[in-house]
Design a protein around this ligand. Structure first.
Ligand SMILES: Cc1ncc(C[n+]2csc(CCOP(=O)(O)OP(=O)(O)O)c2C)c(N)n1
Ligand code: SF4
Ligand SMILES: [Mg+2]
Length: 313
């Protein structure tokens, strides 16, 4: 089997998802999709929950997808993937299909952390062989940046505005990667669009397991986060370097850390370039900054205790 670097030179894999889409400049979603589809060697069927990725890649009469692609509603990507994978399994058993096929569902954070969580939980628990990828841009971006269960504490969104009586989202984000891990599936990983090799390796591992796999991928949104379009990869990288978004995997229940920053940067390095956090740098919000740093430090320490080993991918 070719390695990940060899696959990066395979033209037919690059054509699976083309540049013919209308996602914003600097959007992390196409980086996430292309890196994953370039890394999986087997034929792939994509199931796509509605959201920016789906809407902006399929403007009638065009499409950016050169592989079988199923549009589903906002909440049911994992349920549709379950059905398609089950039909495939039956057809294989009956000898009507001989090919190895991989099923990859893409959903945004709104479609995964919130509205599609029930469908996802059911599919994981039933043990369908598919890869679920959440491209997490931390809000409902396609409909105008409404807060989601993935939106960080104190971030400004259109439904968590900043003003005299509000400092942005008052709740903390939920830890979906950990919720998924509690389903005891063979492979779970957290990744970022900034670390493409780590993400590609994780996609390959996910494709190899005989059961459900889940990838939670931090994916920038210059429009909603409020940063220059050419800074996306750098900003995603700062999430990793501050330990806001650690890179790790859970293989058959065993936690493995994939990256330890040489020098853990203060959380302000990740917050400062993004307009959604601009209010936090006003003098009256110093306490919020302290709370955010404390949350990140506690989560990082907790993760270090859970990880049995360190392995850079
Ligand atoms: C049941 C239902 N409610 C609301 C919508 C409208 N809607 C379409 S996309 C979307 C936001 C998607 O957010 P997310 O999953 O985070 O993806 P993103 O747009 O951020 O990429 C919403 C609310 C819908 N299509 N279906
Ligand atoms: S609004 Fe954000 S998530 Fe949607 S296409 Fe633009 S950059 Fe990407
Ligand atoms: Mg989103």
């Amino acid at each position: 089997m070719p390695n990940t670097k060899e696959l990066a030179h395979r033209e037919e894999l690059h054509k699976r998802f083309t540049g013919a889409h209308a996602l914003c400049a600097g959007c992390g979603a196409p980086i996430c999709v292309r890196t994953i589809l370039n890394a999986i060697e087997e034929p792939v069927v994509v199931i796509n929950a509605t959201g920016c990725l789906e809407v902006a890649t399929t403007r009638y009469p065009t499409t950016a997808w050169n592989i079988p692609w199923i549009h589903v509603a906002f909440e049911n990507a994992a349920a549709v993937a379950s059905g398609v994978e089950t039909a495939y399994r039956v057809l294989r058993r009956r000898g009507k299909i001989s090919q190895e096929i991989r099923f990859v569902a893409f959903g945004g954070d709104g479609g995964t952390y919130d509205i599609g969580l029930q469908a996802l939980s059911g599919a994981l628990e039933r043990g369908h062989r598919f890869i679920y990828v959440c491209y997490d841009n931390e809000a409902y971006m396609n409909t105008g940046n409404q807060r989601s269960g993935a939106t960080p504490f104190a971030a400004q969104t259109s439904t968590a505005p900043v003003g005299e009586k509000s400092f942005g989202k008052p709740q903390r984000r939920k830890d979906l990667t950990e919720i998924v891990a509690a389903h005891h599936i063979p492979y779970v990983a957290q990744a970022s669009i900034s670390d493409w090799y780590d993400l590609a390796r994780k996609a390959r591992k996910a494709a190899a397991v005989d059961g459900p796999a889940f990838l939670n991928v931090l994916s920038t949104c210059p429009r909603g986060w409020g940063h220059p379009t050419d800074q996306s990869v750098k900003i995603a990288r700062l999430a990793v370097e501050t330990c806001y978004w650690p890179l790790y995997e859970i293989i058959e229940g065993r936690w493995v850390l994939n990256y330890i920053p040489e020098e853990k940067l203060p959380i302000t390095e990740w917050l400062r370039p993004q307009k959604r956090f601009a209010h936090l740098f006003e003098p009256q919000n110093r306490e919020l900054l302290r709370q955010i740093q404390q949350q990140v430090d506690e989560e990082w320490e907790k993760l270090l205790r859970k990880c049995e080993r360190y392995e850079a991918l």
